[in-house]
Design a protein around this ligand. Sequence first.
Ligand SMILES: O=C(O)CCC(=O)C(=O)O
Ligand SMILES: [Fe+2]
Length: 271
Amino acid sequence: MVNHGVPVGAMDAMLEATRRFHEQATEEKKGLYSGDGRLKVRFTSNVPTRESDVGCWRDILTCVFQDDSLDPQILPPVCRKEAIEYVKQMIKLRETMAELLSEALGLTSDYLSNIECMKSEALSCLYYPFCPQPNLTMGNAQHSDPTFLTVLLQDHKICGLQIRHQNQLVDVPPVHGTLIANIGDLMQIISNDKFKSVEHRVLAQPIGPRLSVACFFHPSTNAISKPFGTIKELLSEKNPPLYREFLVHEYIAYYKLNYGLIASALPHYRL
Ligand SMILES: O=C(O)CCC(=O)C(=O)O
Ligand SMILES: [Fe+2]
C-alpha cells in the first residue's frame, strides 16, 4: 500500500462524491447510461448482454482523462470538483510511481514516463449496493486489470476485496487514508514477468453500499496506436521475451469479451 502525499481529504471527498453520483434519482443518471466504450463519461450497470456474460452486483461511473485531461463540462456536476482534484493527485502519484518502477527494473528513472504507457487515467467510480443473495453473484468477478498500473481507493468501512496470494484468496481489509497500487497485465508483459499483475475479486455482500474508486493508468493517444512489447533493455539471450507484442485496444477487447470466464488475458499473449 502506498500514499505518497495524496491528501486524505481528497480521498474521502472522492468516495463521498461517488456515493452522491450513484444515489441520485435514475432520472438524473440516465442521460449518461451507455454501453459505448468510446464515451469519455458513462454510467453502466449490471446488465449482461450475452447469455455467457457474467453479471456483477455493481454500478460504475467511468470518467476517462485521455492524455491527463477531460473537458470538465462533461463531468456530472455532483462529483465534478472532487473528480478533477482527485485525478490531479493521481497524476502526481503516477509520476512518483513511474520513477520508482523504472528504477526497480534497473532502467533510467524517466524510462516509463518517456514511453507514455501511463499517461491517461480512466477513473472508475464503483458502487456495490447491498445484495440480498450474495452467494448467487459477485461484486466483481475474479480478474487482473488490463492496465499498466491501477491505484485503488476503497471504502474504509466495508470489506469485500480479495487478492489471490499463493493460490489462495485473501481479504484486503481497508485502511482509512491508504491507497492500493496494483500492477496490471500490461506492465507484467513489458517487464517480462519482473512485475506480476495481481488477480483479485470483490464479494457481493448483504451489507452496503460499498464504494471504491479505481484509477486505471493507460497510454497516451500517441503511444496507444503503436504495439507494445517487452522492454528491449530487459532482454538478453538468457532472458528472451515471454510475450508477443500487443495493441492495447486489442488486449482490452479480448479481456472484455472473456470477463468473468477467464481471470486474465495474459496466457493468450504468452509465447
Ligand atoms: O472495488 C474494488 O475494490 C476493486 C475494483 C476492481 O477490481 C476493478 O474495477 O477492476
Ligand atoms: Fe480490478
